[in-house]
Design a protein around this ligand. Structure first.
Ligand SMILES: Cc1cc2nc3c(=O)[nH]c(=O)nc-3n(C[C@H](O)[C@H](O)[C@H](O)COP(=O)(O)OP(=O)(O)OC[C@H]3O[C@@H](n4cnc5c(N)ncnc54)[C@H](O)[C@@H]3O)c2cc1C
Length: 461
């Protein structure tokens, strides 16, 4: 018996190691069909067709990549900067999100012991970044529908109220602009009796995903960044001079510094397989509500909100009164698969039912668009960042855990600081490290019960 158990465990270990190195699912990029992409299509740049040299190359055309390119170009005039996107700008999470702009404050269930002063420093830095989004709008001349009225963290269970009140009081005493709202207040300001209370955080708001992509693209190109779309990086050869193999024609690029801005997709390049994993989410947008429907909803404060359930429902209102809703169910597929194998109709129905419970006046409402996307998940729910590679000339920021709209813009500056060798306030406030995520099959078989538990737990109030 002991022999059998030892043999089984050895086989499992060998399988796990072999699988880790050789059986990563390929990079799969489906078309972004989000409401944002349909509402605001952005013209696509040509792909890379010749070999090139550059001082800095950025892989990934989401907010992290675009913001990094913009900051690096502004701070290093004259340097040749290339951004490579495998499909089209904003085709990843940046063009598919739930529209919420969040500062660095969400109650983190894993890291409770972080020093308050550091948390506050990180918070202040992230709030300054929200102002930067305003500056991006103004400088690019493209309105991104940015609204900065704050956001709500709504409390689903009565049993969580005391803990959240304590959280609010503690954070307030350290200067965070946070208030506890009781059930009545939530009812009168959001128009739903679904919640037992909420935390109101003054900083935050909402934005149009693809308009922000567009605005960043305009600013990057104005600073001379060369952006190539449909240009997938297939191989990275590290060295003092890094060599990249790009696109169908296998063009070569030589560069002195590389930025990995590939978030949930990063394991496909052979990096951080054990640190960031892709989690598939579904979001949906309604048609614009009529005036009568808006009156029935009574969402007077118009604040976006995310709730305390494990399935993390979140809702935002667009300027033309569409509701963008997400959450309800998350999927993980074996070996970090990126092609969505879930049941979008089922999740869409969960979201529809949730909307009708929150706002009974909307029970007949259908969605104009329903879309899926992948977010980068880390083990302790915080981003990882730093320098890597044989010559420490590859910078990276990955794994925003579904809170990356504002943070990814902010990290553009952090990457420029890393490149310049500067230790900015944010780099002092966070360590950028994270615990390892177990390899397959432990990852898959570990995540499934957690997702099942989340469903069961969320169904209880
Ligand atoms: C459904 C959903 C809802 C969300 N809602 C919110 C929200 O409301 N608020 C919030 O704060 N956060 C939210 N997030 C998270 C947020 O959208 C992300 O954290 C943020 O957009 C990450 O930006 P990024 O640039 O790092 O990554 P991405 O936007 O994913 O960009 C990575 C890019 O890299 C490209 N790429 C990958 N591999 C290669 C390669 N080999 N060569 C070239 N290019 C490559 C991809 O095509 C992609 O465009 C949500 C995420 C999802 C999926």
């Amino acid at each position: 018996m002991t022999y059998l158990i030892i043999s089984f465990l050895t086989l499992l270990l060998v399988y796990s190691v072999v699988n880790y190195f050789y059986f990563e699912a390929p990079l799969h990029l489906d078309q972004n069909k989000s409401y944002w992409a349909l509402d605001h299509p952005v013209a696509v740049n040509p792909s890379l067709t010749v070999d090139a040299e550059a001082d800095i190359v950025i892989i990934g055309g989401g907010y992290t990549g675009l913001s990094a390119a913009w900051h690096l170009a502004k701070e290093n005039p004259g340097k040749r900067i290339i951004l490579l996107e495998a499909k089209t700008l904003g085709n990843g999470a940046s063009g598919r999100h739930g529209g919420m702009v969040l500062p660095a404050i969400m109650p983190n269930p894993v890291r409770r012991s972080a020093e308050m002063a550091k948390l506050k420093a990180a918070y202040d830095y992230s709030v300054a970044s929200i102002e930067k989004i305003r500056a991006i709008e103004e400088a690019s001349g493209i309105s991104c529908d940015l609204v900065t009225n704050g956001f709500l963290y709504t409390i689903f269970r009565k049993g969580e109220v005391a803990k959240m009140q304590k959280f609010a009081a503690q954070f307030k005493s350290y200067g965070f602009p946070i208030e506890y709202w009781d059930k009545k207040m939530v009812e009168s300001r959001v128009g739903t009796s679904r919640y037992e209370g909420a935390l109101y955080i003054k900083d935050g708001g909402s934005v149009h995903a693809m308009k922000l992509v567009h605005a960043l693209k305009v600013l990057c190109e104005r600073e001379g960044v060369a952006i190539y779309e449909n240009s997938k990086v297939k191989e990275i050869c590290e060295g003092k001079q890094i060599k990249l193999i790009v696109g169908d024609n296998s063009c070569k690029i030589i560069t002195g510094h590389l930025v990995l801005a590939t978030n949930a997709f990063t394991s496909k390049l052979g990096y951080f397989k054990g640190k960031v994993m892709p989690l598939h989410l579904v979001n949906a947008a309604t048609r614009p509500l009529t005036d009568t429907e808006m009156q029935s909803v009574q969402w007077a404060c118009r604040l976006p909100f995310a709730d305390s359930r494990l399935a993390l429902y979140h809702l935002a209102l667009t300027p033309d009164n569409r509701i963008v809703i997400g959450g309800g169910y998350a999927d993980y597929f074996y070996n970090n698969r990126l092609d969505f194998k879930g049941d979008k109709n089922r999740i869409s129905n969960i979201l529809k039912e949730e909307l009708a419970i929150m706002f009974p006046g909307l029970h007949n409402l259908t969605f104009d668009s329903v879309w899926n996307g992948v977010m980068g998940l880390t083990m302790d729910m915080e981003e990882i960042f730093g320098l890597t590679g044989s010559h420490q000339n590859i910078s990276y920021v990955l794994g925003y855990n579904g809170h990356g709209v504002n943070l990814s813009i902010m990290y553009g500056q952090v990457i420029a600081d890393l490149y310049a060798g500067k230790t900015s306030a944010f780099l002092r406030a966070r360590d950028g490290k994270s615990l390892p995520i177990p390899p397959e099959p432990f990852r898959y078989f570990g995540v499934q019960p957690i997702l099942k538990f989340a469903n069961w737990y969320d169904s209880k109030k």
